[in-house]
Each structure stands twice: as C-alpha cells, then as structure tokens.
Design a protein around this ligand. Structure first.
Ligand SMILES: CCCCC/C=C\C/C=C\C/C=C\C/C=C\CCCC(=O)SCCNC(=O)CCNC(=O)[C@H](O)C(C)(C)COP(=O)(O)OP(=O)(O)OC[C@H]1O[C@@H](n2cnc3c(N)ncnc32)[C@H](O)[C@@H]1OP(=O)(O)O
Length: 211
C-alpha cells in the first residue's frame, strides 16, 4: 500500500494543484464530449489522433504504477489519484467532502459519464460515492477500511446535482458503524450503512506495515 511522504511546502502543493487540476478537468470535459458528440466521422478520427498524441506526450515521463496517497511534513494529504476525490483523476467527479464533528457531506453533480439506467446514475457509482463519504465520516484522520457496506436503493438516482451525507452511528473498538444517504432535490434515493475498520497495521502499538 503506497503512502509516500513528499518533502514539499504549501506553495509547491498549490503550484501542483494549479497545474494538474485543470488538466484533469479538461479530460473530464473530453469524456463528456466523447459520449455526447455528434460531429462527423472525419472529425471523430481527427480528435482520436489528437488525443492519442496528447497521451503519448504525457507518457514521455511518468511514474510506475498508481499515484498512491502522498502527504507532506505538515500533514497535508494529497490523495490525487483517488477515484472519488482525486484532483488528478478525471474519473473522479471529483467530490469535495466537508466535515463537521461526526458527520460528512458533499454536494456534487454527476453527468453522462456515470450513467447506468438511462438518464440515471449507475448503482455501482452510488455505492462508490457512499463508500467514500461514509468512510470519511468514520474517521477524521485514521485510514479506516470498509469492512461491510449495505445499500438500499429506494428509487433510481437521476443524473444531475446530488448530495451525499453520512454520520457515525456508534463506535465499537476498531469498528465504526456509519449511516448515510444519497439524495436528489426530491429526497433520498439510496440509504447506506457501513462498518469501517481500522486495519491491524494502523492500530495503537502495531509493528506491522501496510500490505
Ligand atoms: C482506506 C483508506 C485509504 C487511506 C486513504 C487516506 C487518505 C485519503 C484521504 C481522504 C480519504 C478519507 C477517508 C477514507 C475514505 C473512504 C474510505 C474508502 C475505503 C475503501 O475503499 S477501503 C477498500 C475496500 N476495503 C477493503 O479492501 C478491506 C479489505 N479487508 C481488510 O483489509 C480486512 O479484512 C479488515 C481491515 C476489514 C478487517 O481485518 P482485520 O484483520 O483488521 O480484522 P480483525 O480480524 O482484527 O477484526 C476486527 C473486528 O472487525 C470485525 N470484522 C472483520 N472483518 C469484517 C467485515 N468485513 N465486516 C464487518 N466486520 C468485520 C471482526 O469480527 C472483529 O470484530 P470483533 O472485535 O467484535 O470480534
């Protein structure tokens, strides 16, 4: 499991955010346009060649494997490859998760890239978002892992503006029980409950390392 310390200050973090954030946002727009375009065949082929060239340019120099979770000396976390919140991940919507004591919430918009049933969010994407928001609520700092996540899909979730929220229900040793929901403007679409567990290597006094 890749948690990496980076010896950089706040200015450098901000510089990288300002550099990579817009690239990921541009690729998100590209994904949406790829799904929805109706330009002619020649234009599609021209764009394909342009995109392949852009990809090759980025691959001139790249890391091995995934981005991992990086952090700075002053405790700033940079989960930039994360599929839900990752600044550098165009697959991430991305969500900004807000915290207030034992609860978390996020308001965000899901477009054509997240479709399952026509005009609606794929059930796996609902689970993805709820997993992350419930997991965030489970602990402000320690890396709790999802043990069990239970969902009740009450009605189809329309694409568009949505809200996810979660709060701690109870804590039992290394297990934190969290409840939450995904909603649109008409109310709850998916209810969730989860058990989030502090893995052995992150427990007080543990000498094991992440595997
Ligand atoms: C995931 C964190 C990544 C770090 C990211 C860091 C920064 C990112 C920045 C912001 C993000 C902030 C927060 C994170 C947000 C979202 C969270 C997303 C989480 C994920 O996307 S995460 C990936 C999916 N997740 C897995 O990949 C888990 C694979 N699995 C395991 O890693 C182990 O399986 C584990 C750790 C679950 C347990 O293993 P273990 O050895 O620690 O457990 P152990 O035996 O000690 O049991 C202790 C007590 O838990 C009970 N128990 C055991 N297993 C259970 C289960 N499944 N369900 C219910 N209860 C269970 C036992 O019954 C016992 O209960 P009791 O004490 O009462 O007997």
């Amino acid at each position: 499991m890749r948690f990496t310390a980076e010896d950089i200050d706040g200015h450098e973090v901000a510089r990288r955010e300002a550099l990579y954030g817009p690239l990921a946002e541009a690729v998100r727009e590209l994904v949406d346009a790829t799904i929805r375009t109706e330009v002619d065949a020649a234009a599609v082929q021209e764009v394909e060649a342009t995109v392949r060239a852009a990809t090759a340019r980025l691959r001139d120099r790249q890391i091995d494997g995934a981005f991992g979770v990086r952090y700075t000396e002053d405790g700033r976390i940079m989960p930039w490859g994360n599929v839900v919140i990752g600044l550098r991940n165009p697959i991430a919507p991305p969500l900004t998760v807000h915290r207030e004591r034992d609860r978390c919430w996020s308001e965000f918009t899901l477009g054509a890239a997240y479709e399952g049933p026509p005009g609606h969010v794929h059930g796996g994407i609902c689970a993805l978002v709820l997993d992350h928001v419930l997991g965030s609520a489970s602990s402000p700092e320690k890396p709790n892992f999802t043990g069990t996540l239970t969902l009740r899909y009450r009605r189809a979730t329309p694409l568009g503006p949505l809200r996810a929220e979660a709060r701690i229900d109870r804590v039992d040793g290394v297990k934190t029980y969290v409840v939450g929901a995904l909603s649109d403007s008409d109310g709850v679409t998916v209810e969730a409950e989860g058990v989030f567990i502090l893995p052995v290597w992150a427990r007080e006094g543990s000498t094991t390392t992440p595997t």
